[in-house]
Structure formats: C-alpha cells, structure tokens
Design a protein around this ligand. Structure first.
Ligand code: A2P
Length: 323
C-alpha cells in the first residue's frame, strides 16, 4: 500500500485526504519546487501543501499541470491545500484571494483552503516592518474572515476550509459562530511540540490536525532562528529508535506523526530525501517507541511568529498562541 493512502483522513462528506503530504515552504530557488513536486508525484505523493505567501504557487501549478498532462496522476487523485494571506482578512477579500491562488495553481477548485494565521494586516502590507502596519483582531475579526471562507465554499472554489496556527481558544470562538465548520487546524508539531491538548480538542470537535515543520524546519532563514536551538533530527532517543528499525531519524519523526493520527507535511527538494520521507510504510513504531517519543515533549516552538509581535503590536506572544 502506498504511504499516501496508508493513513487516510476522512472528512464529513467522505472525502479522503492522504495524511502524508509534501511541504513547499522554503522551496524557493528557481525551478526548485517545480522539480520537487514532479518528483514527489512520480514517487507517489498525492497531497501537496501550499500557500500564497510561499511565493511559489505558480511553479507548483505548472508541475501539477505537467504531471497530469504526462498521465502520471489525475486532479481527482490529488489533494491540494493552500492558504489565505493575512492581508486579505476582510470578508470581501477572501474570494478574490482564493481565485488568485487558483489562478496561480491552474486549478478549478482546492481541496482545502486555510486561514494562514490568526493575524491581520492592511491590504497593502505583506510583512509588517513596524507595529503601525498591523490590524488588530478588533479591526479585522476572524469571524468576518471566516464568512469569506464560507463564501468560497458556497462558490465551489474549495471543498473544505480550515485554519492554521489557531489555539483552542480561537477554535472555540470560531466553532461557536461558524455556519460551515472548520475541518482542519494546521500547526507546528513534532516530538518537541506535541500539542496534545490541541490535538485532542481537534479530534473531539471534528477537525483534523496537520503537523507542519515536522522535521524541525532547519532550513528556515537565519533571522527566524534562535541561537542554540535543539536539533530535532539529532535527538538521541529518535536516533536510537531509528537504529532499531534500520530507519533514518526523519522517517521516525514522520511515522510518529502518522501513527498518532496526524497529517504531516515534511518539506524536501531533494529526490533522495523525498523518497526516504515517503518510504515509512515498513517502519512500524511499537507502543514503547511511541511512549518514548511522547516523553520528549518540551513545548518547544521553532516558529514563534515573532514577525507579528514586535513592540507595540496588537499581538503579543501570549495572545498569538493563547498560552
Ligand atoms: P532538503 O529540502 O534539502 O531535503 P521541515 O519539513 O520540518 O520544514 O524540514 C525541512 C528541512 O528538512 C529541509 O532543510 C529539508 O532539506 C530537510 N529534510 C527533509 N527531509 C529530510 C530527511 N529525510 N533527512 C534529513 N533532512 C531532511
């Protein structure tokens, strides 16, 4: 059985999302994401995670189009997710934004559209350089953004909608007022940031959970890195477990996420590692392996969202993550 279909996540309308997908953040060199997506589809990947703000949707779109034209895959077999950027959070901006992504991706519909961050910006700002270039959630309430997401479903532009980087508190507020319920929360998750309460909350409330940066996102730009970060891929316990299964640390991290019931979207642009990440079907982690990995949690975030919480911003680390 293919890795891409081994862990199906079923939605209320019986659509099935392959839990294993390709991350495309940071695949930004010329041709890099085109080659990665073509290779991934050849290997058997069927789920691709995108975002307008990764600035590479057009290359992803060309790769999908060429793979379909080459007879390697059909549109129906693919699960394509992309995300709404923070500067289009007013209700009437959402449908034009999804149309822009669809145009970049050369698709008629998305499988899943997510609010990228619970953070709003004025329409002419892409990344704020100062606090005055931000909008508060009072000025751009998330429920208004959600109404736009619902409009996108009504217009047939996406089959499912959800969120990213949302806390339990923000999900509770959204679920209370949503006409069409969110079906996904995509957040950072790996053994150092397991987010078990959030995971359980999603499960109980009809949302799936996607783990981003599952390998520790070591190729982030230096400005987004803290000094002396723990290196997940070099964790001793993960290394020991990998050795007992003749697997790589990355494979153990991916398999852990899948066995836990999460979707997982490791990024790679390297053909050998794309294959390695796909090939985890023979690595069955034992209950003891799962238990040992559960003990590694240290509530450690690699992605802090510090770009939203500069001095004077309407957002602080405490209000962004609600912790
Ligand atoms: P590369 O694209 O050169 O393969 P994350 O998914 O957590 O954001 O991590 C992505 C980073 O992990 C990238 O630097 C990627 O590099 C690297 N990576 C992807 N797969 C593997 C693997 N199997 N082993 C080691 N590093 C990997």
């Amino acid at each position: 059985m293919h890795q891409s279909t081994e862990f199906p996540l079923t939605f209320a309308n019986n659509d099935i999302m392959p839990a294993f997908g390709l991350g495309t953040w940071k695949a930004s060199g010329p041709g890099e994401v085109y080659n990665a997506v073509r290779e991934a589809i050849r290997i058997g990947y069927r789920h691709i995670d995108c975002a307008l703000r990764y600035e590479n949707e057009d290359e992803v779109g060309r790769a999908i189009k060429d793979a379909i034209a080459a007879g390697e895959v059909t549109r129906k077999e693919l699960w394509i997710t992309t995300k709404l950027w923070n500067n289009a959070h007013h209700r009437d901006q959402v449908v034009p934004a999804i149309k822009e992504s669809l145009n970049n991706l050369q698709l008629d519909y998305l499988d899943l559209y997510l609010i990228h961050w619970p953070v709003a910006l004025p329409s002419d700002v892409i990344f704020p350089s100062k606090a005055s270039e931000m909008l508060s959630l009072e000025e751009a309430p998330l429920i208004d953004t959600w109404r736009g997401m619902e409009d996108a479903v009504d217009e047939g532009l996406t089959r499912h909608i959800g969120v990213s980087n949302f806390s339990i508190k923000k999900l509770e507020a959204l679920l209370a007022d949503a006409r069409i319920k969110p079906e996904m929360n995509q957040v950072e998750s790996h053994p150092y940031l397991q987010q078990q309460p959030l995971f359980d909350y999603c499960r109980k409330n009809g949302l799936h959970f996607t783990a981003y940066s599952p390998l520790g996102s070591m190729d982030r730009p230096a400005r987004l890195k803290k000094e002396e970060e723990p290196i997940l891929l070099k964790n001793e316990t993960i290394g020991e477990i990998a050795e007992t299964h003749s697997a790589s640390p990355a494979q153990v991290l991916i398999r852990w996420a899948l066995q836990r019931g999460s979707a997982v979207i490791p990024k790679s642009s390297n053909p050998k590692r794309l294959q390695e990440n796909f090939d985890t079907r023979n690595i069955i982690l034992s209950p003891e392996d799962m238990y040992r990995i559960a003990q590694l949690d240290r509530n450690y975030r690699y992605i802090h969202g510090e770009f939203w919480t500069m001095e004077g911003s309407p957002y602080t680390q405490a209000t962004l993550w609600d912790e």
